[in-house]
Design a protein around this ligand. Structure first.
Ligand code: TYM
Length: 380
């Protein structure tokens, strides 16, 4: 069945029809004029230029606010439950581009409660270990420590709880059921959690822009329903597609399938082995056939990853596409290009991560923005 796919904050299954999500979720595709406008502020990363970031709400209004001198702020997050993979880091990479380009505050929520409440078999103690790990990976992206605040729900809860109450009161069970599919067997902690993911949308009176994959959209639909009634802007979003697993175009890369994901902690040998063994190829079964008939880059995971975010050089991407399609470029060669790019990316990331522990306190407690947030009795 071509339309059998599912996207929600906890699961992505099947081949995603992204245009259909735009219609069903009521978002807007990023039109060419808006890409152009974004590119006019500074050189955008490959993931934005290649339209991996493809949908939005109020992105144009966010830029208008910026142009008018009203500013905006950024908000994104990561719910630890295992090692981070290269898909998880994408929203952070885009957040860095926005922060560098527009010089704005960024709030990073680490819900150390969400996966405990939403999933079976995870203890809070296990999550706490992943929290420490994930924060280092996030810091490695290179944010401004005076304009970025990283906070954990269970630690920052005193400041979050008052706005969370105001938000939670506006979400009745029918709405939560319709948006998240909650039912009789959902625990009440899980039902309350959306209020906590919405709180940072109300951290400042400026418009909030959220970079995340489209699986998080359920939260923002509710956030937009409640924000104005509480005296804030409706939060804006920029949505990405999903980095697909190594094994093919269905679903999303997931840490629960570590062989099908490239983890931020993978070393060069692990990358090589995973790509060679598991990367789904659009190549033909024999060399002679491939040379004669050519491969199919549209389903080839190494091509997709290079084109989506890893290869910055637009001309190179075009050439890889053409050469693979014509049979000039072989599957083994294309896989090697991916291995090289991944290892370059991971090497740089891991070097930055090795120094990240020195900055944890600044991002969480002592940086300018962090300090201001901890000093608040009640956010608003
Ligand atoms: P989490 O931890 O599942 O995922 C972290 C971020 O990564 C995105 N993502 C992906 N992007 C591209 N390709 C993939 N294969 C892929 N898998 C995950 C997610 O969309 C997310 O942006 N509830 C959130 C945590 C959270 C949050 C937020 C996220 C709290 N506040 C504000 C975004 C914005 C979660 O479980 O994310």
């Amino acid at each position: 069945m071509p339309d059998a796919f599912e996207v929600n904050p906890w699961e992505v299954k099947g081949i995603v029809d992204y245009d259909r999500l735009v219609r069903e979720f009521g978002t807007e595709k990023i039109e060419d004029f808006l890409y152009k406008k974004l590119f006019s502020y500074g050189k955008a990363p490959a993931s934005l230029r290649r339209k991996f970031w493809y949908s939005h709400r109020d992105l144009n209004m966010t830029l208008q606010d910026y142009d008018a001198g009203k500013g905006f702020y950024l908000y994104t997050g990561r719910a630890p439950s295992g090692p981070m993979h290269i898909g998880h880091i994408m929203p952070f990479t885009l957040a860095k581009w926005f922060q560098d380009t527009f010089d704005v505050n960024l709030y990073i929520e680490i819900p150390d409660d969400e996966k405990f409440l939403a999933k079976q078999g995870l203890t809070l103690e296990q999550i706490d270990e992943w929290v420490k790990n994930d924060i280092l990976d996030i810091i490695a992206v290179g944010f401004n420590p005076d304009k970025t605040f990283i906070f954990q729900d269970r630690e920052f809860i005193k400041q979050m709880y008052t706005p969370a109450c105001r938000i939670a009161k506006k979400i009745n069970f029918n709405l939560a059921k319709a948006v998240f599919g909650f039912g009789g067997s959902t625990n009440v902690g899980h039902m309350f959690y959306p209020a906590l993911q919405i709180v940072p949308c109300l951290f400042e009176k400026k418009r909030c822009l959220i970079p995340a994959a489209i699986d998080q959209d359920n939260y923002w639909r509710i956030a937009r329903d409640v924000a104005e009634g509480l005296g804030y802007h409706k939060p804006a979003q920029i949505h990405s597609k999903f980095i697909v697993p190594l094994t093919g175009m269905a679903g999303k890369m997931s840490s629960s399938e570590p062989h099908h994901a490239i983890l931020l902690s993978d070393d060069a040998n692990a990358v090589k082995e995973k790509v060679i063994k598991h990367a789904f190829s659009g190549g033909r079964t024999t060399l002679a056939e491939h040379r004669k008939l050519g491969g199919n880059p549209d389903v080839d995971v190494p091509y997709q990853w290079l084109a989506t975010f890893l290869e910055e050089d637009d001309a190179k991407v075009k050439k890889i596409y053409a050469d693979y399609k014509s049979g000039k470029l072989l599957t083994g060669e294309l896989k090697q290009m991916l291995i090289d790019k991944l290892n370059e990316f991971l090497d740089q990331h891991q070097k930055a991560r090795a120094k990240a522990h020195k900055l944890v306190d600044r991002f969480k407690y002592t940086g300018k923005l962090a300090k201001k947030m901890w000093e608040f009795e009640d956010i608003e």
